[in-house]
Design a protein around this ligand. Structure first.
Ligand SMILES: Nc1nc2c(c(=O)[nH]1)N[C@@H](CN(C=O)c1ccc(C(=O)N[C@@H](CCC(=O)O)C(=O)O)cc1)CN2
Length: 298
């Protein structure tokens, strides 16, 4: 029997709805809306779409959206100056600088300049450190979204074997940390892992975040495993089409025949990223305004 499809789009819609209700409540209590500033440098087409979606989702969730679209020629100094202004702006609770940045700008320097208490992306080293030692901070949106899908399906993850393919600061490492905090037994695999298929075959939970189209095949997957596919890869267009199909890091059709449950691409993890961004912004606003919020409930 084919595995269940984990509907990230529907889950994300519910989360956005919940955040919207709590954000309206925040505005009534604080006398202002929670505010998210999103900064885009350059004209990367995918980034433009994501930033547009973030702005619309922010407004729909009863929050204020501050969008800053800067030209490709923006210098690192100019971007750092904008980040400093947003840090000092009391109407801005969350700051997100869309990645990737143009090659002439040092991404790490920009992330380091964001006030950790407004770093709703959870990329600042202070927030990475807080996650590593179990303190409350901000957790990167994509791995937190994956965790929400996993706990919704599996409940308690204690003792389960989890394999994360990919070791990026944005997904792989925080994902592994969250799984470890949930008492899973965690392996981080990567491009130099020996006998990757064999390692993956031990996983009750597989998170694929490697950025290689359909790399994980059906015969890598343990029967009944829960598969979370973080990859978003665009294939070359079919003859006559102007855009290629989006696929994940897992060969979905064949993997579904073996897995117990699997996220599709699109419609799986991707939509969770923006929903969790709104959730983190709501949390930031409450913390900044000193208004209580039951953070574990959202
Ligand atoms: N500062 C950040 N930059 C980037 C992040 C991030 O979390 N913070 N993540 C990605 C891009 N991203 C959000 O910014 C993002 C990617 C994908 C989706 C999504 O919903 N994807 C859809 C498919 C969309 C399509 O058709 O192209 C899906 O998977 O269903 C949302 C957000 C890199 N940069």
């Amino acid at each position: 029997m084919a595995g269940e499809i984990i509907d990230g789009k529907a889950f994300a819609a519910q989360l956005r709805e919940k955040v919207g209700v709590l954000a309206a409540d925040f505005a009534a209590k604080a006398g202002r809306k929670a505010g998210l500033a999103v900064v885009l440098v350059g004209d990367d087409p995918a980034s433009q779409v994501y930033v547009g979606s973030k702005g619309k989702a922010t407004l729909a969730a009863n929050m204020a959206s501050f969008e800053h679209r800067l030209p490709e020629s923006t210098s690192e100094g100019e971007l750092l100056a904008l980040v400093a202004r947003l840090n000092a702006d009391s109407t801005v609770d969350g700051i997100l600088v869309q990645l990737p940045l143009p090659a002439h700008i040092d991404e790490q320097a920009v992330i380091a300049a964001i006030d950790p208490n407004k770093d709703v992306d959870g990329f600042h080293v202070t927030n990475a450190g807080r996650l590593a030692v179990g303190q409350s901070g901000f957790v990167p949106c994509t791995p937190l979204g994956c965790m929400m899908l996993l706990t919704d399906r599996l409940g308690d993850l204690s003792g389960l074997n989890a394999v994360v393919i990919g070791r990026s600061n944005i997904v792989g490492k925080p994902m592994a940390q969250l799984l470890l905090d949930a008492n899973a037994t965690v392996t981080i695999a990567h491009s130099r892992t020996k006998d990757l298929a064999e390692v993956v075959r031990r996983a009750d939970i597989l998170v694929a975040a490697v950025g290689r189209a359909e790399m994980v095949r059906a015969d890598w997957i343990k029967p009944g495993a829960t598969v979370i596919d973080v990859g978003i890869n665009r294939l070359a267009p079919e003859p006559g089409a102007n855009k290629g199909r989006l696929v994940g890091d897992v060969a979905f059709g064949e993997a579904r025949e073996v897995a117990g449950a699997i996220t599709p691409v699109p419609g799986g993890v991707g939509p969770m990223t923006i929903a969790v961004l709104l959730r983190n912004t709501l949390v930031a606003a409450h913390r900044n305004a000193g208004i209580a919020l039951s953070e574990d409930a959202i």
